[in-house]
Design a protein around this ligand. Structure first.
Ligand code: NFS
Ligand code: SF4
Length: 630
């Protein structure tokens, strides 16, 4: 079980507040059929469970392989909707901005807008808003382009895949017949495909999971990051603070939690505007901090401190100093209100499809953003007046971190080393072995895993001179463990340390941090973009490069979608906990072996950080040998 803020856990237990770990214990032992993936509820003759030797088939005749494959595809599709819905919100917002129907948002990065427009084939010699309209329509095209089961439009596929993927991958995916046409259609089609009496071919279903995952990667992750950069600005390398110690006893504390920066960044803006109101209420000011991916979005663009990861959301309230938590969507525990009602904390929901009984609902749209953000901040100030000082305990856990890495900011930093050819220093270091390989670590925190998997795995890889880049709740964990500040280079092997120092020095820093914060979970697109760039530059396909991924504590369906996207890209991926596929030998074999012949990547299973690091290093070593990079 990952370690959480100990003093706060004790406070919660004294105050008789039930937290996620207690609920986890009460769920033990967890259902074996659920864990091995052989429970089917896809029709109401069921539920059916596969019992080897007794009931090898469900009532309709579906066997273990089929049930496991269908469940897998359904989870990937569900996870994908999280990201495609997110991307669509931003595309729609950009259209509203472009057409002047909202003035609450604008265009913060016109250069990125032009760059995207250029890739999409849009003329850039016109006013930014006109370009923005066309870019938004091209983005929305990825949700509108129609295909039927009996009608496959020749050569048409997602715009966002076309502008990002390498030629090698596009050819590969074309041959596999998995180029997605419409991001929404892919996910809804997956539901039809897996309902009772449709596709009965488990291997076929697994290949189709790759297509859905490509929709996730491009018209989910990449589109969300790209358009958010346009509207809110691209990330810059920035220094900030993390962990629950970022809450400030003397100020009105507002936590923005969820995923879409449309909300979080507005709250930051209005907190600045309403400082005087907070002072009138007796506070020293307003302190906005982020939770989960909303935190990363505000951190990478504005340096806003990040309070914590998914498993710390309830603890933030237990501090007694959280005056308001404003949430949008995803990874928001329904338990938040149960905890909030024990304190003065105002839980504020903002989206029509994410409501929590007992919480205050303030609808938030791109048209009402300013008004709603002001209301949210005022609610927090009102709540602050009711704060009980006797219940306040802010833990001292707080660490510095550098964040804001991504393709643009990293290229800028590398350009200080080699202005004419910024990628060269990185590629040279990879070739020479000064950087032994690149590890991309992503995903949630999960109580099911033993110990601090994220931190331990990262440290072992660093020691072996592997450059670690990552996102999401991994980034919270790594930053809290001191793996993202200047002092963190001590964890890096000597060769990697020299590279980090050299790049840092050229940028006026003593060093780059040991591992690089690549942002929120949709920002996994920044990782794929970097790898795509290295692949194009070296003319070596991603699956041949010394790269390995890991989702060592994944918990959400979204993480499964991202993991499958990495596999489609050709990134060999360690996952933990063991995926819910063990009830089928066929599906387990497809993921851990056969997939390598299909996409060039496979799943690595390991239940300890040592074993995971060993498997990832072995995968990297093998690629180096095949490339003759010693
Ligand atoms: Ni990613 Fe971000 Fe965290 Fe997991 Fe949830 S916050 S979208 S899903 S839990 S990493
Ligand atoms: Fe059972 Fe088949 Fe229905 Fe699934 S689809 S619940 S296996 S009858």
């Amino acid at each position: 079980m990952p370690e959480l803020n100990k003093a706060l856990l004790e406070k919660a237990s004294k105050e008789n507040i039930e937290l996620v770990s207690a609920r986890y214990e009460k769920q033990q032992p967890q259902c074996l059929w659920g864990l091995n993936g052989t429970c089917c509820k896809n029709c109401f003759q069921g539920p059916c469970r596969i019992i080897p030797g007794k009931a090898e088939k469900g009532i309709c005749g579906a066997g273990a392989d089929l049930i496991v494959a269908r469940n897998f595809l359904r989870s990937v599709a569900a996870g994908t909707t999280g990201h495609t819905d997110h991307a669509k919100e931003i595309a729609l917002a950009l259209l509203e901005i472009a057409e002047g129907r909202t003035h609450d948002y604008g265009i913060a990065d016109a250069a990125k807008l032009k760059n995207l427009a250029g890739k999409l084939g849009i003329k850039t010699s016109k006013p930014a808003k006109k370009i923005a309209k066309e870019v938004a329509l091209e983005a929305l095209g990825d949700f509108r382009r129609q295909q039927g089961l009996f009608l496959k439009p020749e050569g048409k596929y997602l715009n966002w895949l076309r502008i990002h993927a390498t030629k090698e991958r596009i050819e590969k995916w074309k041959k596999l017949n998995i180029l997605p046409v419409n991001a929404d259609a892919e996910t809804s089609h997956a539901l039809n495909q897996t309902t009772m009496g449709c596709d009965a071919d488990p291997a076929d279903i697994m290949i189709d999971a790759l297509r859905v995952a490509l929709a996730d990667g491009y018209s989910g992750l990449a589109m969300a990051s790209d358009l958010q950069d346009v509207v809110f600005g691209s990330p810059r390398i920035t220094k900030s603070t993390c962990n629950l110690g970022v809450l400030d006893e003397g100020k009105v504390n507002i936590i923005v939690h969820g995923h879409v920066p449309l909300l979080g960044i507005k709250v930051v803006e209005f907190a600045r505007k309403l400082e005087a109101q907070a002072k009138k209420a007796g506070a020293r000011g307003i302190n906005v901090v982020g939770m989960c991916c909303s935190g990363h979005e505000a951190l990478e663009r504005q340096g806003i401190p990040v309070a914590g990861h998914m498993l710390q959301q309830e603890l933030a309230i237990v501090t007694g100093a959280a005056d308001a938590i404003a949430v949008d969507m995803q990874c928001i525990f329904p338990a938040l209100q149960d905890v909030a009602q024990c304190y003065h904390t105002k839980l504020i929901t903002t989206m029509d499809f994410v409501k929590i009984p007992g919480a205050k609902h303030i609808p938030f749209t791109v048209h009402s953003a300013n008004k709603s953000a002001k209301k949210i901040v005022m609610e927090a100030i009102e709540a602050y007046k009711k704060r009980d000082p006797a219940k306040v305990f802010i833990p001292k856990e707080k660490n510095e971190l550098y964040a804001g890495f991504g393709v643009e900011s990293l290229i800028n930093a590398l350009a200080k080393v080699n202005a004419a050819n910024p990628l060269k220093p990185l590629v040279d270091a990879l070739k020479s072995g000064d950087i032994y390989g690149i590890a991309a670590i992503a995903g949630c925190r999960n109580l099911k895993v033993k110990g601090n998997f994220h931190e331990e795995l990262t440290k072992i890889l660093l020691k072996n001179n592997v450059l670690v880049i990552g996102t999401g709740c991994w980034a919270h964990a790594a930053a809290q463990a001191g793996l993202m500040n200047e002092g963190s280079v001590k964890y890096a092997g000597a060769k990697l340390r020299n590279v980090l120092k050299a790049i840092g020095n050229s940028n006026g820093l003593s060093t780059l941090p040991a591992c690089l914060h690549f942002g929120s979970c949709v920002d996994n697109s920044r990782i794929s973009a970097l790898l795509e760039m290295v692949s194009e530059k070296t003319k070596i396909p991603i699956y041949k490069l010394p790269i390995a991924g890991s989702a060592p504590e994944y918990a959400t369906e979204k993480a499964l979608a991202i993991g499958t996207f990495f596999l489609a890209l050709g990134i060999t991926l360690h996952v933990n906990p063991i995926p819910e596929v063990t009830g089928s030998k066929l599906i387990s074999k497809i993921l851990t072996q056969d997939l390598e012949k299909i996409t060039g990547a496979r799943v690595l299973l390991a239940e300890t950080p040592e074993k995971a690091a060993g498997a990832m290093l072995q995968a990297i070593r093998q690629k180096r040998q095949e490339l003759d990079w010693r």
